[in-house]
Design a protein. Structure first.
Length: 300
């Protein structure tokens, strides 16, 4: 008797478990549906561009379905948040992004945007919007954003342009000063101009007396003058530098006369003679040509 009761209880428990397992996916399926993952411009966004203004809507499912495009259009609204005045729109889908829909604001006859600047708009996707699979958007979702202020944008653009112009002028002046400094260095043999020592400033900085600073500066200048004089003398003796055993180092080519020689090769005389002969020959040829011309004239 007890065994039968246990068997019946076990069977009831198994049936209950099976029923529960069967109901879980049903409940899960009822909980799923179409939703909007994101809007762009995002809710609260500012500075939205006026030209080619559109709202991009990202869905949780595929909404690329030509059969439902027209019916879904009635669930898409774009309106002035303050006045509630609706703006005409077109909706567009992309086969490559099947979960995305574009809400495009209409333009006027001239192709200009009818969206006003510095104005708050709301894009609303109402419940009833259907996906390709037939799932319906459960509740209305929307995003509210503000378009850019044309005056402020103009001021910003003008300011940025001004900054660029000032930057260009600054860089040009800087480059010009750099070139002037380089030219100055080149004129002075790439040496920086000597700075005048301020003895009072140096004395204050080092703790020395003014007299000591002046004396050190004079000694320094005397050493520099001595070095410059020695260098000048070396440059004068550049062709007479003694190295060893009475030999001289030659720093560059020099004519033979610089060494005191008077030997002549006779090349100049030969060259002069050749030039004279060539000149004489040319004159004879010209005379011959002239005689020939004179004879032809007489015959005529």
């Amino acid at each position: 008797m007890k065994k039968d009761v246990i068997k019946r209880i076990s069977a009831l428990i198994c049936v209950a478990v099976l029923v529960a397992m069967t109901c879980v996916p049903v409940v899960s399926a009822e909980g799923t549906g179409l939703s909007i993952a994101e809007f762009y411009p995002k809710n609260g966004a500012t500075g939205t561009a006026l030209d080619n203004m559109d709202v991009k809507v990202y869905f949780s499912e595929n909404v690329y379905n030509k059969a439902t495009n027209q019916s879904n259009k009635k669930y898409v609204k774009l309106y002035n948040t303050k006045t509630g005045k609706e703006v005409g729109t077109q909706i567009a889908f992309n086969e490559k992004e099947k979960d995305v829909m574009l809400v495009l604001a209409n333009t006027d006859k001239n192709g200009n945007s009818i969206i006003k600047d510095n104005t708050q708009y709301t894009c609303e996707i109402q419940s009833g919007f259907v996906s390709t699979s037939g799932d319906t958007l459960g509740e209305t979702q929307k995003t509210t954003f503000t378009t850019q202020n044309s005056k402020t944008s103009g001021y910003i653009s003008f300011g940025m342009m001004g900054v660029m112009v000032v930057g260009m002028i600054f860089m040009t002046m800087r480059e010009a000063k750099k070139q002037a400094r380089e030219a100055e260095k080149k004129r002075h043999g790439n040496k920086a101009q000597k700075e005048t020592v301020n003895p009072y400033k140096v004395a204050k900085k080092t703790g020395k007396s003014v007299e000591e600073v002046v004396a050190e500066d004079q000694k320094k200048k005397a050493r520099e003058a001595s070095r410059a004089k020695a260098k000048a003398e070396r440059q004068k003796r550049e062709h007479k530098t003694e190295i060893a055993d009475g030999n001289l180092r030659v720093h560059g080519p020099a004519p033979i006369s610089a060494g005191g020689a008077t030997y002549k090769t006779g090349r100049k005389a030969i060259a002069d003679q050749k030039r004279a002969e060539a000149k004489k020959k040319k004159a004879a040829q010209q005379a011959k040509k002239q005689q020939s011309k004179n004879k032809q004239k007489k015959k005529k």
